[in-house]
Design a protein around this ligand. Structure first.
Ligand code: NAP
Length: 302
């Protein structure tokens, strides 16, 4: 295996896979490094209804098709975790357990990871606590579950789980949802989704596994909500902690210019990890295409 490519893409979500497709089609040699499953957060979405051209598609099907497109164009996927990144000089190098890879250009597409509640909930992971309704929902067929959050993920998860579970309680800390109005309207119309607004989860109860939640409604006494499972959908944290030398904003998102270049020459960022207005699959794809085209224009001008 030639360990040097024109472009190294970190992350195989929609941004990384689109960048790989565009860079490979522009004639560049492209390697994608992904630490776990290709598809990123999009692959965890059960039902996507706002990707133009497709009425409805599940996240795994969409992202696996993106991967096939990128690979057919010539990009190579390597499943490996970067342990040491050297992005300041040229070539750029990335050490992994599968060896060290180098490239003239790097496109960072590491996306985001799910945020926690900070109430010690980690001990229930795999024991009734999940961050992915599409992955784990089937385990709760006919049971009572809670979804925590008020964004698009929480609304979509509640809708998805309502088709499987006896009852879904959606707990949100404010009186208005952050997610799209159309989704919120659909959630309100589902008989087995109960809304618990202006309420916070202050504890998860259970001995060996989740048995319920302690819910604190604003201005009223806390109560115990029995539940067999709890799905957390309280937002995302940019996966940028390892990107030493890359300029970030105060929330940890990568700062880029109009061509998606970071503060480091030859290092670009695309998708949810960068500071931007709208984080959607379609905007992640647009970022990936722009970063790849910028890199291709520079590379082909050599
Ligand atoms: P999000 O939009 O950031 O929403 C996070 C939600 O969690 C907010 O309602 C927030 O409450 C709540 N929250 C945050 N911290 C909390 C805490 N400590 N305790 C209780 N609640 C807390 O996150 P997301 O829903 O994961 O979506 C992430 C991005 O992906 C968004 O840009 C979203 O539009 C996009 N997305 C799009 C689609 C789609 O278009 N089909 C699907 C999924 C995700 P507040 O509202 O009070 O801040």
């Amino acid at each position: 295996m030639d360990r040097h490519t024109d472009v190294l893409i970190l992350g195989a979500g929609p941004a990384g896979l689109t960048a790989a497709l565009y860079a490979a089609r522009a004639g560049l040699s492209v390697r994608i490094l992904e630490r776990s499953m290709p598809g990123g957060q999009a692959a965890l979405t059960p039902d996507i209804e706002n990707y133009p051209g497709l009425l409805s598609v599940d996240g795994v099907t969409l992202t696996q098709t993106m991967l096939k497109s990128a690979e057919s164009a010539g990009a190579e996927l390597v499943i490996a975790s970067p342990t040491d990144l050297s992005l300041g000089g040229s070539p750029k190098t990335v050490k992994t357990e599968a060896g060290t890879f180098s490239a003239d250009f790097v496109i960072l597409c590491t996306g985001c990871t799910p945020r926690g509640l900070g109430i010690g909930e980690e001990r229930f992971i795999g024991r009734g606590l999940s961050y992915c309704a599409a992955c784990d929902g089937a385990l709760y067929k006919g049971r009572r579950v809670a979804v925590v959050g008020g964004g698009n993920t929480a609304l979509e998860d509640a809708l998805y789980l309502s088709k499987l579970c006896e009852k879904v309680t959606l707990i949100h800390r404010r009186d208005r949802f952050r997610g799209a109005a159309a989704l919120a309207d659909r959630v309100r119309a589902v008989p087995n989704i109960e809304l618990q607004m202006e309420s916070r989860v202050i504890a998860i109860e259970g001995a060996a596994r989740v048995e319920g939640l302690t819910v604190q409604p604003e201005g009223r006494p806390a109560f115990t909500l029995p539940a067999d499972g709890v799905f957390l959908a309280v937002g995302q944290i940019p996966a940028t902690a390892d990107l030493l030398g890359v300029a970030l904003d105060e929330q940890g998102y990568v700062l880029t210019d109009g061509h998606l270049q970071t503060n480091l020459p030859g290092v670009y960022a695309a998708g949810d990890l960068r500071q931007k207005q709208l984080r959607q699959i379609v905007t992640a794809c647009a970022d990936g295409a722009l970063a790849a085209e910028t890199v291709a224009a520079l590379k082909n001008a050599y």
